[in-house]
Structure formats: C-alpha cells, structure tokens
Ligand binder design. Sequence first.
Ligand SMILES: Nc1nc2c(ncn2[C@@H]2O[C@@H]3COP(=O)(O)O[C@H]4[C@@H](O)[C@H](n5cnc6c(=O)[nH]c(N)nc65)O[C@@H]4COP(=O)(O)O[C@H]3[C@H]2O)c(=O)[nH]1
Length: 887
Amino acid sequence: MMRAAKARLAGLRWLRLGLETYVSLPLFTLLLLGVIWGAGFHFIGNDRMAAQAAARDSVQELMETYEAQVVRNLNGIDQTLKVIKYAVERKGASGALPELAEQGLLPPGVVFAVSIADGDGRIVASSPHSAMHSVAGERYFSAHRDSRADSVYTSETMRDAARDEWHMHFTRRLNDRDGKFAGIAILEVDPTYFTSGYERSRQGDLGMVAIVGSDSVARSVRIGEHNSWGQRIDLALWRHPAAQPWPGRLDGVRRYTAARTLRSYGLTVLVGLAETEQLAAFEQQRRKYLWEAGLASAGTVFVMALLWAWSWQGAKARRRIRRAQETYAAASEANLDAFFVLRAVRDAAGVIVDFRIASANSRAEQMTGRSKEDLRSHTLCQWLPQARSNGMFARLAQIMAAGGTHQEEWRNEMPEFKAEWMYWQIVGVEGGLVAIVRDISERKRDEARIVHMAHHDTLTGLPNRSLIGDRLEQAILLAEREKHQLLVAFVDLDSFKLVNDSLGHAAGDELLKVVAGRMVDCLRRSDTVGRFGGDEFVLVLPQPQGIDSGGIEAAALLEKILAAVVRPVALEGQEVQVSCSIGVAMYPRDGGDGGTLLMNADAAMYRAKELGKNNVQFYAQEMNASLEEKLALMEGLRKAVDDDQLRLVYQPKVDLASGAVFGVEALLRWHHPERGMVRPDHFIPLAEESGSIVAIGEWVLREACRQARRWQDAGLPPMVVSVNVSPRQFDDRRLVARVADALRDAGLEARWLELEVTESLIMRDVQQAVDKMRELEAMGIALSIDDFGTGYSSLAALKSFPISRLKIDKSFVRDLAHSPDDQAIARAIISLSHQLQMRVIAEGVETELQRAFLVQYGCDEMQGYLFSRPVPPDEIPALLAAPAAAA
Ligand SMILES: Nc1nc2c(ncn2[C@@H]2O[C@@H]3COP(=O)(O)O[C@H]4[C@@H](O)[C@H](n5cnc6c(=O)[nH]c(N)nc65)O[C@@H]4COP(=O)(O)O[C@H]3[C@H]2O)c(=O)[nH]1
C-alpha cells in the first residue's frame, strides 16, 4: 500500500514537473527539430532518389541516342566502304574513286579519307589525294588478307603514315573476279567524329562518350572537351555497371554509366554522366533544404529559447511565490499569533465595502473557534457584524488607504474572539491587509498583577506604603477642594513581636492577615486601610462622618477597630489575643501634607502605647516632644556606660517556706545627668532598639558578679545573684564567653550567678536557645524564665530547656486576690513547674493576700515590695540580717 502510494506520488511529481513549461518546452523543441530535420532529410532523400533516377534515365537516354548516332555513322561508313568495294571490283582501283566522287558517293574529304590499297598493300588510290605509301604492315591489311570474311574491320585509332594524324581505319576486303584477295578499301575517320555529338548542355563538363573495341582499347573517348583514345577500358566492368555511380577508372570521376555492344562492328559504345553534374541541382536543392532546416531549427531554437527563458522566469517566480507561500504557511502555522489575510472587497466605484478572509492559520482557528474553511467562507463583516459599529471596519479601511504598518492593543468585547486583551499588527499589502493578532490577556493580567504588587502588600493584599502615600495625597486634594476634614490613623499591633517570636513567622503572618481583614470589614469602600510595614497599618478616612461634631463617630469607628483586633485569633491550635494602639491625626488641623499627617499619627500612636496600649489617641502637639525625647535618650544611652551613669539595685528573693533571703535580682538604674533617675522600662527598650544594650548588659553582668563577690568577701552568706538578659544580649555570639570572663574577673563561682531570660526570647528559635542555655548550664550557671505566662511556650519545648526556675509574671500576681483567671494561671504555672522539676518564684508580691495564696498553692519563692523594694547594694547586708519573714 505504502509503496503504491509512494509510486503514485512520485508519478504525480513527475507529471507536475513535466507539465512545467520549462521542462516540456525543451522536449517540444527537440520534437520540432526532429520534425524539421526528419522532413528535411525525407525531402532530401526523395529528391536524391528522384535525381538519381533522373540521372539513370538520362544516361540510358543518352545511351540510346549515342548508340543510334554511332550505329548510323558506322552504317554510313560501312555503306561507303561497300560502294567503294563494289566500284573498285567493278572498275578497278584507279577509276573507282573519281567516278564515285563524280557521282557524289564519296563522303566529304574534310572528315573522311578514302584510299584503296592493292593486294600488296600499296595505296593505289586515295581521296583526298595522299602520298603513296604502303599499309602492308598494318593489322587491318593482314586481317583482310588472311581472312575471306566480308565484314568491316575497325582498326585501333592510330597515326596514319601518310598524313601523320590519328585516325580510325574502317576497312573492307577487295576481291578480284576470282574471289581472291585484291587489296582493301580504307576509310579513315577522325576519332572525334564519333564523339562530336557530345552535347555540353546535356552532358556537362564531365560527361563521357566513348567507343571501345572488342579488344578493350578505346577508339575514341570524349570527356567534356577533352578527346583521347588508345587507353584500355575493362569492358567487363562497364557492361554490368552498378545502379549507382562509380569511378570508372578513367579519371576517377564518379559517373552514371551505360554500355552497348555493337556486335557487327566489334565495338562497344560507352556513355557516362558525372554524378556531381547530374546531382548538381539536387545538391543545390539539398543544400537549400539543409539551409532551410538549419534556419528553421535556429528559428525554432531561438523562439523556444525565448519562450523557455520566459517560462523559466515564470517558473522561478512561481517557485519563489510557492516557497514564499509555503514559508509563510509554515511560519504562520508555527506562530503563536493568529494570522488573517484580508482581501479588500470593493464596489463598482472602487470603494472598500468589506474584506474577504483569504487565509488564516491554526492559531486563528484556536482564537476564534472556527475552522479555516469556515473563516474563508466569510467576509469580515459577515463574521463580525459589529465590526461596522465598533469602528474596526473603518479603521481597517483607513489603514488600507494609508498603507504601512499599524499596531495597537485593545480590550476585546467581541465574543467571536476568545481573548480578553488583544494586540494586532496590520500590514497593508497589495489588494488587502495582513492582520497579525495576538492574545495578550495573560500579559495584561501579569502587568496588572505587577502593578498591583507594586502597590499592594503581598501578605495582606492591602495597599502598601507607596499606594497609601498616593491615596493620602488624593484624599488631601479632595478634602482641600471639598473643604472637608480627613482622618489619618496609625495602627500598631501590641505584642505582635511576642507572637512572632514565640509562634514563628508563619503564625505572625496569619495574625496580620486576620487583623487586616477585620479592619477592612470595619471600614467603608471609600476608606483606605493599608499596611505600612511590619505590624503597622494606616487608615485614611476621607470625609469622616462626624468629625466636625467632635469626632464622636470617628472615635466609635476606631473603637470598633480596637474591639475587632482584640478578638481572639486561632493560631497553631491555640487562641492568641493581640490588641492595637491607634494614633490619629486630622487634616488640616494636624498637618497639611501626607508626610506630616503620618508622622503626627505615628506620634499619637506612640502615646497610645505609653498609655497602656489598646487605646486610641488623637494627636496633640506636645507628642512630638516625646519623640524628640526618645531620640535624646537613645543618644544619652550610648554614653551612659562610659560616663558611669548606671547603677544596679538589688531586690531580694525570699524562700516562701523559710522566709529567708536566698538571692537577689540585679535591676538596672540610669542616673541621667539632667533628667535624674530614668526607669528601666523607659530606657531598656531604647537600648535594645539602638543596640547599646549589649554593652550595657555586659556592664550589668560584670557589676553584679563583682558585687556578689564583694558581699561574699564581706562575710555575708553566699547567695545567688540574678541578672536579666535581653534578646539582643542573648543573640550575641560571645554571650557565653562574656559570662565566663565576668565570673573569672570577679572571682565568683558560677553557681552564684543566675541568668533570667524571657519566655518569648527563647521561643524565637528554640533549638538555638537550648544549645546556648546548655552551654551556660554546663558552666554551672542557673537559668530561669522571667515573665512566665505572657508568652506561648509549648510544654514540649519547655521540657527540653535546662531551666531551674520559672518566674510568674507580676501581671498575674497583681490581681491574684480577685481574679479567678489569674489565680488559675498562677496555680497552673506552679503545678507545671513542679511537674517539670523546677522551682517557681512569683514576682511583684505586694500583699499578704497574694503571699498567702502563693503559699497555699505551693509556690516556692517570692519577690516583691511586700518583702523589699529593689535597694542599693549596701542595704543588702541589713536585709539579710533582718528576721526571716516566715510563711
Ligand atoms: N509593681 C511592683 N513592681 C515590683 C515589685 N517588686 C518588684 N517590682 C519591679 O518589678 C520589676 C522586676 O523586674 P522584671 O520583671 O525583670 O522587669 C525588669 C526587666 O525586665 C528590666 N530590667 C531591669 N534591669 C535590667 C537589666 O539589668 N537588664 C535587662 N535586660 N533588663 C532589665 O526592666 C524591668 C523593670 O525593672 P524595674 O523597674 O526595676 O522593675 C522591677 C521591679 O522594681 C512589686 O511588688 N510591685
């Protein structure tokens, strides 16, 4: 099957090739040449045969004529000889000739010479008269003498002794009355006599007539104007000559020949017509034919060559077009763009009324959902009726008129195209247009996505800092024009860092998303809520309702946000609660531009934080002062260590069972040269923020170790000194080395040092924290978790910590007497500590009630104003000396 199909294909290919003019034309030319030359040679052949036949006829005719002529002449000669013989025999030799001459019976002497020889061979009479001589020695004489035959003897052409001329001698025997030999009658004839009938006009210059004796010796030969005799001619060859001309052996000229033997005279007459002359006319005709065929051939070849060149050019052009079409088809098929070739349809006046779809590619099929055939069977306006109303047709007609290339992007609203956004490039071509159409919906979506990403926060999808800035500027312009106010609020989540650090970033991100969603739900569509960065959000509320009437409704809205944010969020299987602090600035009262409004809202937000978080603060001018103050404090902190402005106070830790002081917690104090005492709650976060906490923390560590050593040296019973370690300090890679240095330099045993780390600190990266804590533990240093209960430690993680003590945060202790929740938490922490083989200490114990509760539930230790406030180191010996506050 395959082979048959292949063969059919190959056959078709050859047929198509054969039909190509540039191939068939040379073949046709060859055919024509064949016909021309075939006809030429056919005519030539015919003519040759006719000419040869004519030549043969001519030679026969000539033969007939020449033979008749010779026979007539010979008969005449013989008749003359007979008359002479008769006269001689009757009257004798001397009287015979004159009588015959008188009677006019002798031939003219100009041509013939008559003589009579006697029995001895002596010429006894002659006419015309000649000198006496003897012919006794001649063969013709002896032939008659020796033979009684009464016949004419024809001698060879020979020189006559009397006249010294060449003659043919015809002789007859003369007898006397007794019948004996009496001599011979001789008639001499010029040999040319027999060839004088040569007609040049008929026989040409090379024609031949000849008489040859039976002895094969030519008596007379005439070829053209030339006479000769005496040569030998092989009569055997001449009597049966070929039908074709042959060279004869006379002069090498090929002749048509004929021969006839005249038996009674012992002669053979020969005629010959030269081939060249006989066929001269034919040759001329032949040359003419050849010329004509040559000219016809040249003409044919020339015309065909022109036609071929023309058709070759045409074929080349067609091939080029076909290749271009194939290339176009292949390229357009492989292209990801849709191709449409449109041909203009014009009315009688030449105005374009529509476009016919001449061609389309596969991509066009996909984009339109129609097959190529279907598309080709429509005009543009049949297919897309709306093209007339939506301007597409007019646009195409205009491009057609203007020419060139046009391109544009447009949002597609025609259901015939399966694309939302399209790009088209229209190229004007001869008689129409090529439309290259591309589906750019994906690109447009990407662009929109990029634009969105550039202006929106990827996590929450809310406008980002730059878009907030834009919206704010827009809102300011609008408010300015409409004479409205504008509210800008800075929202910062309280304790977000705690969640992030303890539950991980994924949980932190989830929290941000939930909170963002809740804030969006609280606002109108015209309001903007954006994420400014980290856990900071910004609200822009144009024309806030009720601002003019004292901000009551705005405040309600912000309260709503506070309430929405503080609702518990389920994260990592547990419920987390965060609040937020909101600072508000009003346009135009608090600032005329976005930057100022944001800065003032930020200051108000800080104020809200300072006031215990989870509240809203409207901006007041003095707030900026606190911001400056913050910067000033940061600057002062950098010099605090070097300028010896730091001091440590110590708060005793008491064993609840015995009431004895077993240790102290070192608490930092900053004696600012201008501001006086600055509380650690104020400056520790700043030190942490600026990084100076590392240097400050090291100073605290060294000072606490030195002080513990001093107390020991002063003879006080050894006790554990607790030092707080901040997150940055804990992250310091050299923390362990620094602790070791501090102990060594102070000469203090490691067992008298305890480090307090916060719960959130170790929960940021549990593994790393555990590794570091194990190093410290290995040195003999005790570790405790400060502020326990405020973070989100998992029980599993807690078990892996090398911790010896948990400290219940004072926020749970504060309301212990009244809050069942706090009581439950305190009980849980105490129980948990004991299960984990840890001791538990409560901080911030101020009242007896609190202490009683703690004692009741088995808390091991306490710390708080109830026993002592933090005191300078020199007051510690007195406290140790005081009687134990028994449980
Ligand atoms: N209301 C009340 N408060 C009590 C009572 N007993 C003790 N306090 C206070 O509770 C705080 C205990 O320290 P903290 O929880 O570690 O909280 C500390 C600690 O987190 C930090 N801090 C203090 N010194 C250092 C330090 O040297 N390094 C580091 N990193 N942080 C320190 O500053 C915080 C505040 O320190 P202080 O102002 O000294 O406040 C101390 C102390 O004066 C009480 O009965 N009632």
